[in-house]
Design a binder for this molecule. Sequence first.
Ligand SMILES: [Zn+2]
Length: 138
Amino acid sequence: MASQQWTRTPKSAHLSGRTKTNTHPEVLLRRALHAAGARFRLHRRIAKGCTPDVVLPGRHVAVFVDGCYWHSCPEHGRRTPFTGPNAGLWEDKMRRNRERDLRATALAEEAGWTVVRVWEHEVTRDAAAAARRVLASG
Ligand SMILES: [Zn+2]
């Protein structure tokens, strides 16, 4: 149903235009990496269609910080079907997010990078531990 249009609801108005860069978990992870003395760059395109949230060029590590809700984390992802006028569009959006995640990981790995995907909840629980996991991978 490609022609289906978003019906404006308070939720869609708020969420559909949301930017994905410089989210709170990303900022927390960056601070923790910085505190650990890591050298990193933000939002650098490392392959066509692949711009990780953080890259550590010296270690060739690419990091994606995935929001629990939008990237369907096993602990905090949505478990119930969407309802309401935009249900089909929300389902499509979530499915496209998962596909985009898989594609970005594959592209980075093909380009020779070690990929670390960090859940939002890992960073908000213990940013230093998340940073250690990133640094241990490279
Ligand atoms: Zn989570």
